[in-house]
Design a protein around this ligand. Structure first.
Ligand code: PBG
Ligand code: ZN
Length: 320
């Protein structure tokens, strides 16, 4: 036989030599939840080993994250008070703004901030609501203010996750006018309306109080529309595009890679994490093997960067 693909699978060294895709600590972003108050380190029930931290408790977590070599984090804030217009999102003394200042003063992490209103609005929607409708254009200045306040606090990258039309341009213009022309925008471009966000909404207390997010997040049946969303965000000035969730949308990651030349980010979301944790707890899967295989599938599909709650576990594994 001339062709024997098994020749290149004979042993570990040759397999390592010809492997096309690999995981690296450099590609990982670890999400961190910060909340108001003191002495809070509260595990999220549906996300084992992931906690909400008050600022005074954050250092033990960040010291560990740093020690195992993770360099980038994505911050989410849980405020004490919410209102109709999400004021806490763009308050210079809001929880994320305080956390960014604290982290940038004490660590050298690259800090990415999630820019959205849903953690801060009483109705839990990602934009301003009037008569039960989530308004687009009225939301844009609030998102721009939020992104600017994060940049002013020291955020290295802002990541709008709201899915309002035109928000990347609104944020870009606002940052540029205010002296932050070098702050990159990581756009949640192809963000689907997904049941996989369930555990996150427990963590961030951000589930919509009425209706759903179908009028702004994407319909899961659509692939071509994702290309349009990504193209629009790039035209508006996005520096990186994101596909979210990741595992059920590997085809979208692949088309992001094939269609565009800027960095592609995959968000391995809370529900994907919860499923692995639950099956592992039952003893039904080899947890680390499943995590590696899953994250590798995202890289293989074309992701350059992976946001994942597994970042600490995988970083420890890569250090071995
Ligand atoms: C806020 C936001 C959400 C996630 C990231 N930013 C929730 C949502 O849109 O409902 C989900 C993250 C995850 O599930 O891990 N808009
Ligand atoms: Zn939101």
């Amino acid at each position: 036989m001339r062709n024997r693909p098994r020749r290149l699978r004979q042993n570990n060294i040759i397999r390592d030599l010809v492997r096309e895709t690999s995981l690296s600590i450099n590609d990982l972003i670890y999400p961190v939840f910060v909340c108001e108050g003191e002495k809070v380190k509260q595990e999220i029930e549906s996300m084992p080993e992931i906690y909400r931290y008050s600022l005074d408790m954050l250092s033990s977590e960040l010291d560990e994250v740093k020690k195992i070599g993770i360099k980038s984090i994505l911050l989410f804030g849980i405020p004490n008070e919410k209102d109709e217009v999400g004021s806490g999102a763009y308050d210079e003394n809001g929880i994320v703004q305080k956390a960014v200042r604290y982290i940038k003063q004490n660590y050298d992490f690259l800090v990415v901030t999630d820019v959205c209103l849903c953690e801060y609005t009483s109705h839990g929607h990602c934009g301003v609501v009037e008569n039960g409708e989530v308004l687009n254009d009225e939301t844009l200045p609030l998102l721009a203010k939020t992104a600017l306040s994060h940049a002013q606090a020291g955020a290295d990258i802002v990541a709008p996750s709201d899915m309002m039309d035109g928000r990347v341009l609104a944020i870009r213009e606002c940052l540029d006018e205010s002296g932050f022309k070098n702050t990159p925008i990581m756009a949640y471009s192809a963000k689907y309306c997904s049941a996989y966000y369930g555990p996150f909404r427990d963590a961030a207390d951000s589930a919509p109080k009425f209706g759903d997010r179908k009028s702004y997040q994407m319909d899961s049946g659509n692939a071509r529309e994702a290309v349009k969303e990504m193209a629009l965000d790039i035209q508006e000035g996005a520096d990186m595009i994101m596909v979210k969730p990741a595992l059920a949308y590997l085809d979208i990651i692949k088309s992001a890679r094939e269609n565009f030349d800027i960095p592609v980010v995959a968000y391995n979301v809370s529900g994907e994490y919860a499923m692995v944790k639950a099956a592992a707890k039952m003893g039904w899967i080899d947890e680390m093997a499943v995590i590696k295989e899953t994250l590798l599938s995202m890289k293989r599909a074309g992701a350059d960067i992976i946001i994942t709650y597994h970042a600490k576990e995988i970083a420890r594994e890569l250090l071995k």
